[in-house]
Design a protein around this ligand. Structure first.
Ligand SMILES: *Cc1c(COP(=O)(O)O)cnc(C)c1O
Length: 305
């Protein structure tokens, strides 16, 4: 048998540290078995929290959601919440990163004798810290994104519960290619009633007549989404959940997306057509400023050191 030339194992890897099967290692060395059902069947859940200037932002909320989702999928972690938090912290410490994207994962793993019975599987916990990453790059953040509203339906909530953070992303990937074909930068998918749900890793908000609206159904309950609703309350901005059709979004004064990977980011065009005056709006700007101010607030952050 002839083996093909191997590519460098760390080709294209960002700096970072992972924790897998009980050990910390360089991110380029972290591997799972190809038989892990997390890989073969997307039978896994995960969460992402970020670290900004060596402080975790809303760590408790991310841990709450992760542990909830692990339980909902009848997965079990090999250790308790405190140890999960310590492991994430240790990944960040060892990475030396000041601003980091920190992911925790629980996969179904594999069962003895390669049984297909999920109840027999030995679940696997993985964590890693890599440099902070943004859903939108710097230019997109300053100018605002060009967002495409896809005709692709998000997997129905009755099939895969969207509140459980998951890797069922073929719908998002299809929508992303569709967005690129239309010269847009990113995408949101719709539900069966043609209402907008969310995009690949972010929630959506529209601002009309000073009121802020975000879809209430068919989406993950994003931590940044909830944080944004709290910031609205603090700033005295009227905000809440509501159905968002393409028409309603197109007629909005402003729009923005929210994600742990980048916070609050303006949308200024829908499928190429400018929203309002085509510039990031004042409500978006106020929320973005307060969001980043909160990254020093001890009530919302946890120091790495
Ligand atoms: C993670 C994620 C979001 C954003 O949630 P945050 O908790 O704010 O990071 C939105 N949509 C999907 C599909 C996601 O996976």
């Amino acid at each position: 048998m002839r083996t093909e030339k191997k590519t460098e194992p760390d080709a294209g890897f960002p700096p970072g540290v992972a924790f897998i099967d009980g050990d910390f290692c360089d991110i380029s060395e972290a591997r799972i078995s190809i038989l892990d059902f997390g890989f073969l069947h997307s039978d896994a859940t995960y969460d992402v929290v970020h670290v900004w200037r060596r402080r975790f932002f809303r760590l408790d909320r991310h841990l709450d959601r992760f542990l909830d989702n692990v339980a909902k999928l009848q997965l079990a972690l090999p250790f308790d919440r405190r140890t999960v938090a310590q492991t994430l912290t240790e990944c960040v410490r060892r990475s030396g990163l000041d601003d980091a994207y920190v992911e925790m994962i629980c996969t179904r793993g594999t069962a003895p004798g390669y049984s297909r019975d999920p109840r027999q599987a030995n679940n696997r916990f993985i964590a890693f810290a890599i440099p902070f990453s943004w859903v939108a790059n710097e230019e997109q953040r300053s100018q605002g994104l060009n967002l495409f509203i896809s005709t692709v339906n998000r997997i129905p909530s009755r099939s895969v519960d969207p509140t459980i953070k998951n890797y069922h992303w073929l719908d998002f990937i299809k929508g992303t290619f569709e967005a690129y074909e239309h010269d847009a930068e990113t995408v949101v998918l719709v539900d069966e009633d043609a209402n907008i749900t969310e995009g690949p890793g972010f929630n959506l908000f529209a601002v009309s007549g000073g009121r802020v609206t975000t879809p209430g159904q068919g989406t993950i309950k994003g931590i940044t989404r909830r944080t944004t609703l709290e910031l609205c309350a603090e700033l005295g901005i009227e905000a809440g959940e509501g159905a968002l059709s393409a028409d309603r979004l197109g007629a909005a004064d402003e729009a923005f997306i929210t994600s742990t990977a980048g916070g609050i980011m303006a949308v200024t065009r829908i499928d190429g057509t400018p929203l309002g005056d085509g510039k990031p709006g004042p409500v978006t700007a106020r929320l973005t400023d307060l969001y980043w101010q909160k990254h020093d607030d001890p009530a919302w952050t946890t120091p790495v050191d």
